[in-house]
Structures are given as structure tokens and as C-alpha cells.
Ligand binder design. Structure first.
Ligand code: HEC
Ligand code: HEC
Ligand code: HEC
Length: 460
């Protein structure tokens, strides 16, 4: 057999193998995950329960965009292979999910297989749709959610935007293989082993509809979550990069984690976006605005109590050190980054790092500032951020972007400065880290812009 023949043979085997994989994945997508649930009617209490679950599960964060009808889709989601736009999930028969049944809806919610549109057969969705977390939602919750999307949401005739992902990467069969390898088992949440019913309720919310781990747990090479529940070990909720931000550890395990937060502190943060440890910024702002501020106080406290069971506290509490404030007050800004801080930051965060409660966050003892990974701090300095607007905190406060004003060295110096000033215990960073973040942010044009807010005293 000549080499050419052998190559031909491999090509035929390759194409044949691919066709077989395509066929098997297609059949699997069309047939798996069928459940027999009774279609709900337009029952007002079921619809309002579904609306609450839609808040818990933060559907609007991804399926609603400003200026368009609610749930009409169109949010760009950057994936390594291109940009995907979220679909219209209103009950519009042509462009939305108006022709779907509860079974179709349950299937995409818990197993990641969408019904398809028109001639397009059922297909596996990208795990950018967090079905991997929703998989643990019990049938009654899915049914209430469906009643809300079927009868409580207005249909909107907004066509779906095609993804920018090019063929062959746009083929869906690898997603079926991904589901086989990493997909959830779609078993309803099991409360046994959590001891207390409140803690179990918190765990259900965090791992299920709240999908907190989708941002706060690191991902493996296949982009799968490295840990889905507390039983999966120390990587669970240990912190992870999310686009330009770092979603910090939600464990109680030393500086830069929730060790010094109480269950009540966590509940207040999720309700209002601010507490005496930190102020929400970056992508956590959306989570609070769209989702957690709408939760009942009991559910929020359940989340706080559950999170406080994770990790092994090390017992090192933050001690405020007045040395930095004294030096800055005496005009002594020789420490690296101190001058950049005085010139650009101290007007709002104050020389003593204590900020103005409820307006400008404190930086001294701030868990986000002490996080093991400084990406969020670099990004907040480069891009700025605006505090979440919630029912209890209607005013928004803005941290202006400094990308135009400070070079990589200055950003590295000022971030390193705040990480060790006033008794903070975090490691310094390098100008290279800032350069990398600047390049990454430039590749994410869809991130919201913060309006520049120029302090006249600070203009050179
Ligand atoms: C983190 C972002 C995100 C959140 C939160 C989210 N979705 Fe999605 N959803 C997506 C993306 C992205 C897709 C499309 C995936 C694809 O095309 O592979 C999708 C697809 C869907 C589909 C399939 C629609 C179709 O036309 O095929 C439905 C239905 C859906 N989502 C409903 C929901 C509901 C209900 C919630 C809240 C419980 C929700 N989603 C929360 C990102 C999200
Ligand atoms: C879309 C991604 C995303 C999701 C989903 C998400 N978070 Fe966050 N979270 C972040 C980012 C980014 C930060 C860092 C910014 C900050 O501290 O506000 C953060 C910060 C936090 C903080 C403050 C930590 C600190 O040390 O200051 C808490 C508490 C928190 N998240 C809890 C939760 C809970 C509980 C959930 C689930 C209901 C959740 N998050 C879901 C992205 C996310
Ligand atoms: C005009 C007032 C103002 C100035 C000047 C300012 N900040 Fe901020 N800063 C804020 C506000 C407001 C927030 C909260 C933003 C949010 O929550 O989205 C914030 C948030 C932060 C955070 C995140 C902490 C948290 O809990 O939210 C860090 C870190 C930070 N600023 C550092 C700096 C540094 C370093 C400088 C100087 C280079 C600076 N800030 C200049 C107002 C300011």
C-alpha cells in the first residue's frame, strides 16, 4: 500500500468517523432528557413563584439587554472561539420559545439540549447557559419558571442574532461530547448531609439557581467547573477569573476570603451591594442588581449561613495599622505607589484608607483588596466601575477609569501600595500584570464603559 493510499484510507476513516460521531450525537440530542411533567396553566401564584425563581437564577442578566424588551436576548458572550448572542426566550411563537412545551424547556434547563427552531433539529447549547448549575432544580421549580415564561412574560418579536463563530468551530457535536464528559446528571438537589434545613436551602441556592460557582469556582482545561459542590474539595468557590475580573474566594480561609464576614454581612452585601468589608463592583454589580437584591431576607441569610460552613478559618483577623495614614498626613509619600495614591485616589478613599461609608468604599481590610489574585483591582483602576443600584441603595457612585492617565508601572505601584497599606496583607503585583490586563480588556469591547469623572484638582 503506497503512502497516498494509506493517507486516503485515513481520510475516509476520518470522514466516516466524524459522520458517525455527528449521527450519534444528533440522535442523542434528539432523544435524551425527556421528562413527563404536566403542562401548567396560567395560575397567578405559580407565575409569581416562577418570577421569583427567574430572579434567583438571574435569567435577565444574560437574556435581557437595555433598550430591548425583557428577555428578548442579544447579549454578546465572548467565548474563546468567537462571540455568541443570547437567544430570545420570550413566548413569541416565531423568534422566542412560544412553541415550546414544558418538556422542551425542562430539557434545556437541566440537560442543556435546546429544542431547535424551524428546520433546525435539537442541539446541545454552550455551557455559557448555566444548565450545569440549573440541573439540580426540582421539577416543581422548573414548572413554575415555565409558567412565568409562558404566561408572565410579554412576547417580543425580536429575531435571534447569529453567532460570530465560524464553521467548522460552529458545529454543535463537540458540545454533545462535552455534555457526556462533564454534563450534570440532572438529579434534583439532595438536602441530606447538610444537617440544618436553612443551610441546605442556602446550598441549593448557591449551587443551583444562583449558579455562584459558575464565576467563583475555577475551570479546568475543558472549561468545566473543577468543583460543583462542597463535597468536591478545596477548589469549590475558591475564586476564579471572569473576563476582566477576579471573582474572589467565597470560602472562610484567611485574608482575601470571607473569613471575617458574618452570615449577616454576606446577606447585606447581596441585598444592597455594600457592607463594612467591601462594595460590589465589576460583574458582581449585575448579579446584585438583577438577582440577589430581589431575594427574601430569609433566603439571603440562608446563603450567608451556608457559605460560612465552607473552608477552614485560619484565625488571622485584620488589624488596622495607623502607620500609613500617619506617614501620608505628615507629607511623607516615599513608599512606592504612595504618591500616585495621594494624587489620584485619596480624595475619595481618604489617606487613612477608610473611605466614606456608603459612598466611597474603604480599602483598609477590604477582602477584595486582599484577594490572592489582584486582577479585579487592576481592572477597577483601569476601567473604573459604578456601584449597583438596588431598592435600598438607589444612588450610584462611580469610580472613574484611570487607563488614560496612569501607565502600567503607576497602576502596579498604586495597586501594590493599597494591598499592603493600613495593615493589608496581600502580595505586590508587577507592571507586566497590568500590561496583560490592559491587552485583555482591549479584546473585550462589550464590557460596559464607566464614564470618566475628572477631579479638576487631579488634572496635570
Ligand atoms: C450566564 C448567562 C445565562 C444565564 C444566567 C441564563 N442563560 Fe439561558 N442561555 C444563555 C446562552 C448563552 C444561551 C444560548 C446557548 C447556545 O446557543 O448554545 C442560552 C439559551 C437558553 C435557552 C434556549 C433558547 C433557544 O432558543 O434555543 C433557554 C430556553 C434559556 N436559555 C432560558 C434561560 C432561563 C429560563 C434562565 C434563568 C433560569 C437562563 N436561560 C439563564 C445564557 C444564559
Ligand atoms: C457573573 C459572575 C458572578 C456570579 C454569577 C457571582 N459572582 Fe460574586 N463576584 C463576582 C466578581 C467579579 C466579584 C468581585 C467584585 C466584588 O468584590 O464585588 C464578586 C464578589 C463577590 C463577593 C464579595 C467578595 C469579597 O471578598 O469582597 C461576594 C460575597 C459574592 N461575590 C457572592 C456571590 C454569590 C453568593 C453568588 C451567587 C448568588 C455570586 N457571588 C455570583 C462575580 C460573580
Ligand atoms: C471619584 C472618587 C474615586 C476615586 C478618585 C477613586 N475611587 Fe476607587 N472607588 C470609588 C467608588 C465609588 C468605588 C466603588 C465602585 C463600585 O462599587 O463599582 C471604588 C472602588 C474601588 C476599589 C474596589 C473596592 C471595593 O470594595 O469596591 C478599589 C480597589 C479602588 N476603588 C481603588 C482605587 C484606586 C487605587 C484609586 C486611584 C488610582 C481610586 N480607587 C480612585 C471611588 C473613587
Amino acid at each position: 500500500m503506497s503512502w497516498l493510499r494509506l493517507a486516503d484510507w485515513f481520510a475516509v476513516a476520518g470522514v466516516g468517523g466524524l459522520a458517525a460521531v455527528l449521527g450519534v450525537t444528533q440522535i442523542s440530542d434528539s432523544w435524551s432528557g425527556r421528562h413527563s411533567l404536566a403542562e401548567p396553566g396560567a395560575d397567578a401564584s405559580l407565575i409569581s413563584r416562577g418570577a421569583y425563581i427567574a430572579h434567583l437564577a438571574d435569567c435577565s442578566a444574560c437574556h435581557s439587554v437595555p433598550g430591548k424588551p425583557p428577555f428578548a436576548g442579544g447579549l454578546p458572550m465572548a467565548l474563546p472561539i468567537g462571540t455568541l448572542y443570547t437567544p430570545n426566550i420570550t413566548p413569541d411563537p416565531e423568534y422566542g420559545i412560544g412553541e415550546w412545551t414544558l418538556r422542551d424547556f425542562d430539557r434545556v434547563m437541566r440537560t442543556g439540549i435546546a429544542r431547535g427552531h424551524g428546520m433546525k433539529p435539537a442541539y446541545s447549547v454552550y455551557p455559557a447557559m448555566p444548565y450545569t448549575s440549573y440541573a439540580s432544580m426540582p421539577a416543581e421549580d422548573i414548572r413554575a419558571l415555565w409558567a412565568y415564561f409562558r404566561f408572565g412574560v410579554q412576547p417580543a418579536a425580536v429575531p435571534n442574532r447569529k453567532s460570530d463563530i465560524m464553521w467548522p468551530l460552529s458545529m454543535r457535536f463537540p458540545l454533545t461530547l462535552w455534555r457526556w464528559a462533564f454534563g450534570p446528571s440532572a438529579e434534583p438537589f439532595d438536602a441530606t448531609g447538610y444537617g440544618d434545613a436553612t443551610i441546605a436551602r442556602g446550598a441549593y441556592f448557591v449551587d443551583g439557581p444562583g449558579h455562584c460557582g459558575e464565576c467563583h469556582t475555577p475551570r479546568g482545561v475543558g472549561l468545566q467547573l473543577k468543583a460543583s459542590t462542597h463535597a468536591d474539595g478545596p477548589l469549590y468557590l475558591s475564586g476564579a477569573k471572569v473576563e476582566a475580573w477576579y471573582a474572589p474566594s467565597l470560602r472562610s480561609e484567611g485574608p482575601g476570603t470571607l473569613e471575617e464576614w458574618s452570615a449577616e454581612d454576606i446577606a447585606i452585601f447581596l441585598k444592597t451591594g455594600v457592607n463594612h468589608h467591601s462594595t460590589a463592583f465589576g460583574s458582581m454589580t449585575d448579579v446584585i442588581e438583577h438577582s440577589t437584591q430581589h431575594m427574601t431576607d430569609d433566603d439571603l441569610l440562608a446563603v450567608g449561613k451556608y457559605l460560612k460552613t465552607i473552608g477552614t478559618p485560619v484565625g488571622a483577623s485584620f488589624q488596622y495599622d495607623p502607620a500609613t495614614a500617619n506617614a501620608l498626613a505628615a507629607g511623607n509619600a516615599v513608599e512606592r505607589g504612595a504618591l500616585v495614591y495621594l494624587d489620584n485616589c485619596a480624595a475619595c478613599h481618604r489617606p487613612d484608607g477608610k473611605g466614606y461609608a456608603g459612598v466611597f468604599p474603604l480599602l483598609a481590610g477590604n477582602s477584595a483588596v486582599e484577594s490572592s489574585n489582584a486582577l479585579s483591582l487592576i481592572s477597577v483602576v483601569l476601567k473604573g466601575s459604578t456601584t449597583p443600584r438596588t431598592g435600598s441603595t438607589p444612588a450610584k457612585f462611580t469610580m472613574p477609569p484611570f487607563a488614560w492617565r496612569l501607565d502600567d508601572r503607576q497602576v502596579a505601584d498604586v495597586v501594590s501600595f493599597i494591598r499592603s497599606a493600613w495593615g493589608n496583607r496581600a502580595a505586590p503585583i508587577d507592571a507586566k500584570d497590568v500590561a496583560r490586563a490592559r491587552r485583555d480588556i482591549a479584546k473585550m469591547p462589550h464590557l460596559p464603559e464607566t464614564p470618566p469623572l475628572v477631579d479638576p484638582r487631579a488634572v496635570p
